[in-house]
Design a binder for this molecule. Structure first.
Ligand code: NDP
Ligand code: KPL
Length: 331
């Protein structure tokens, strides 16, 4: 297949190399130093999926006809990146690889002639320098759309992608996006203190704050009538239990997530943006919880505080100490 990938960063670069390795003709969009590096030396992948490299076609925009397009930019860049390529890709099947709640609906609104799907990835990928990606956790990704059973097209695309990288079709994609949003409560605090996710989870007091943000997000989801999809050993029943449990007991959840991540330090995608001096996706992660809480006429003070502190670090370029974080976010 001729496959276009918009955004050849951590996950876009990963999929580009793995899809090319599986025999596809892959073309990516990139810009600045990323585009120069990919044109000069391709994309190099190491870690969880082995050592591999690819030489996809690369340019600022996709060009020509595609059998499939993957959108792999951060949520805050999705609208601009899709619009830039809309003339070429509207009508192609599009898979949006993105955290947060909005990826598929944004793409479908901007590409009315396309069949749009979402992909939830648990892979941890580090974009260490332009054209270089290191996988710190290898994992299955989940593909789907809407709220019902996985449809035939989702099952077909999952099977197609699986020849290159593990992908499963998932029922109730919208509920699963919410479950992934709970998982992404591991992103904000490590980004604020500039430490790997595993280190922050190992810190008991920081883990309590993380647990509080997860519990708050689950309560908001419940108030919004969400039935959480099953992902990574998390299910609707387990997350509803978390909403009831005292923080001390609920801390088991981030602790287990840390164990699943393995021992290779994972910065998380939010911290990687900060380290590159770029705006983060936080408004679409903890910020989405705040927005959904407002719609449910609830407060979400822990998620609001995490969002604020990430924006502070974005503005100053300096991480905060864990003591400062614990002083500013009381749970
Ligand atoms: N990294 C990870 O481990 C995981 C990430 N995710 C999610 O996957 C999505 C992608 O994340 P990730 O791969 O980490 O992101 P990255 O920031 O590593 O990559 C995004 C790429 O998109 C490029 N880009 C941004 N705007 C445009 C545009 N308008 N046109 C073309 N290219 C553009 C960026 O280029 P430039 O550098 O020039 O800005 C960057 O190379 C996010 O929603 C993230 O939350 C999910 C699971 C794991
Ligand atoms: C799965 C996880 C937590 C990997 O780090 C992620 O989604 C992210 O970094 O955004």
């Amino acid at each position: 297949m001729r496959i276009g990938i918009i955004g050849a960063g951590a996950l876009g670069g990963t999929f580009a190399v793995l899809l090319e390795r599986a025999g596809h003709d892959v073309h990516v969009t990139a810009r600045g130093a990323g585009l120069a590096a990919i044109r000069a030396s391709g994309i190099r992948l190491s870690g969880g999926f082995g050592e591999a490299s690819g030489r996809p076609g690369a340019g600022p925009l996709l060009d020509g006809r595609f059998d499939l397009v993957l959108v792999c930019v951060k949520a805050q860049d999705a609208e601009a990146a899709i619009l830039d390529n809309a003339g070429t890709i509207d009508g192609c099947p599009v898979i949006v690889v993105q955290n947060g709640l909005d990826g598929v609906s944004t793409a479908q609104r901007l590409l009315p002639r396309s069949d749009c799907f979402g992909l939830l990835s648990i892979i941890a990928a580090n974009y260490t320098e332009p054209g270089v990606v290191r996988i710190t956790t290898r994992a299955t990704s989940y593909l789907g759309r809407g709220s019902g059973r996985a449809d035939a097209a989702s099952v077909r695309w999952a099977a197609e992608l699986s020849r290159a990288v593990p992908v499963k079709a998932i029922d109730d994609f919208v509920g699963s996006q919410w479950t992934k949003l709970i998982v992404n409560m591991v992103n904000g605090l490590p980004a604020i203190v500039g430490r790997p996710v595993q280190d922050v989870i190992a810190d008991r007091a920081m883990r309590r704050v993380m647990t509080a943000s997860m519990r708050e997000a689950v309560r908001v989801g419940i108030a919004r009538g969400i039935r959480f999809g099953s992902l990574q050993g998390l299910s609707d029943a387990r997350l509803r239990l978390l909403a009831q449990l005292p923080l001390g007991v609920g801390q088991l959840l981030p602790w287990l997530m840390g164990r699943r991540m393995g021992s290779v330090p994972n910065l998380g995608s939010t911290q990687q943006s900060l380290r590159r001096g770029q705006p983060t996706e936080i408004n679409f992660l903890n910020g989405a919880v705040v927005r959904e809480a407002q719609a449910a006429r609830l407060g979400a003070p822990v998620n609001a505080a995490i969002t604020t502190l990430v924006h502070e670090v974005e503005a100053s370029g300096q991480p905060l100490s864990r003591d400062e974080v614990l002083r500013r976010i009381r749970v």
